[in-house]
Design a protein around this ligand. Structure first.
Ligand code: CDP
Length: 217
C-alpha cells in the first residue's frame, strides 16, 4: 500500500485554492474536498429556512436535520442538488456569518475528518492546516492581492454564465477576508509550518508545479 498523504491548502477568498487543489488531486490520484462548499451548502439551507445566523436554537435544529452529501463535484442538501445555487451572490454575501458559528464548524470539521480517514486527501479552506488536518504532511497558504482575486472571481463568474460587477466582487472579498480572519472560532491564519505562495503573478500551472515538486520532494 502506498503511503497516505494529507495536503492542506488555506487562504483567503478567490486565491485559487480550489482550482489548484482539483488539478493536484487528479495528478496525484487522491481525494479532493472543497470544504468551502459545505459552509456554502449550510448557508443555503439556513437562508431557505429563514434562519438568521444569530438564531442559535434554530441553527442547532438545522444542524440536526441537514443531510449533506458530497459526490465528486456535486453537493446535495437533503437530496437536492445545490451545486449551482451555492455559488450565487446571496451565498457569497452571507456565508462567512454562518461559517463563524461554533456549532456549525464543529459539525463540518467532523464530516471533513471522517472523509479524510485512512486515505490520501487534499482539502482547501480556511482552517485545514490549523484545525481539520493539523498533522498534514504538507500545508500551503495561498494568497494574492484583493484586486487580483476579484479579477479572477469576475472571470470565473463570466465562465459560469453570470456577470457580477467587479466592484461588488472586490467589496465582498474584502468583507469576507475581514470576517474570516477576525472571527473567534477557527479564524483564517497562516500556520507556522505552512509554505506561503503568493499567486498574484503566477499562472495556474506554475502554482501546481510548485506544490507537486514540494510533495514529491
Ligand atoms: O471559493 P471562495 O474562496 O470564495 O470561498 P470558499 O472556499 O467557497 O468558502 C466560502 C466561505 O466559507 C469562506 O469565506 C469562509 O467564511 C467559509 N469557510 C470556512 O470558514 N472554513 C473553511 N474551511 C472553508 C470555508
Amino acid at each position: 500500500m502506498s503511503k497516505i498523504i494529507n495536503i492542506a491548502i488555506d487562504g483567503p477568498a478567490g486565491s485559487g485554492k480550489s482550482t489548484i487543489a482539483k488539478i493536484i488531486a487528479k495528478k496525484l490520484n487522491i481525494t479532493y474536498l472543497d470544504t468551502g462548499s459545505m459552509y456554502r451548502a449550510f448557508t443555503y439551507y439556513a437562508l431557505e429556512n429563514n434562519v438568521e445566523s444569530d438564531d442559535k436554537e434554530n441553527i442547532i435544529k438545522l444542524l440536526e436535520n441537514i443531510d449533506l452529501v458530497l459526490d465528486k463535484d456535486e453537493i446535495f442538501v437533503n437530496g437536492k442538488n445545490v451545486t449551482k445555487e451555492i455559488r450565487f451572490e446571496n451565498i457569497d454575501k452571507n456565508v462567512s456569518k454562518y461559517a463563524a458559528i461554533k456549532e456549525v464548524r464543529e459539525r463540518m470539521v467532523n464530516i471533513q475528518r471522517d472523509i479524510s480517514k485512512g486515505k490520501s486527501v487534499i482539502m482547501d479552506g480556511r482552517d485545514i492546516g490549523s484545525v481539520v488536518l493539523p498533522n498534514a504532511e504538507f500545508k500551503f497558504y495561498m494568497d494574492a492581492s484583493a484586486e487580483e482575486r476579484a479579477k479572477r472571481r469576475y472571470l470565473q463568474n463570466i465562465e459560469r454564465g453570470k456577470e457580477v460587477p467587479y466592484d461588488d466582487i472586490l467589496e465582498d472579498i474584502r468583507l469576507r477576508d475581514e470576517n474570516d480572519k477576525n472571527r473567534e472560532v477557527d479564524p483564517l491564519v497562516v500556520c507556522e509550518d505552512a509554505t506561503v505562495i503568493d499567486t498574484s503573478d503566477m499562472t495556474i500551472d506554475e502554482v501546481v508545479d510548485f506544490i507537486i515538486n514540494k510533495v514529491n520532494g
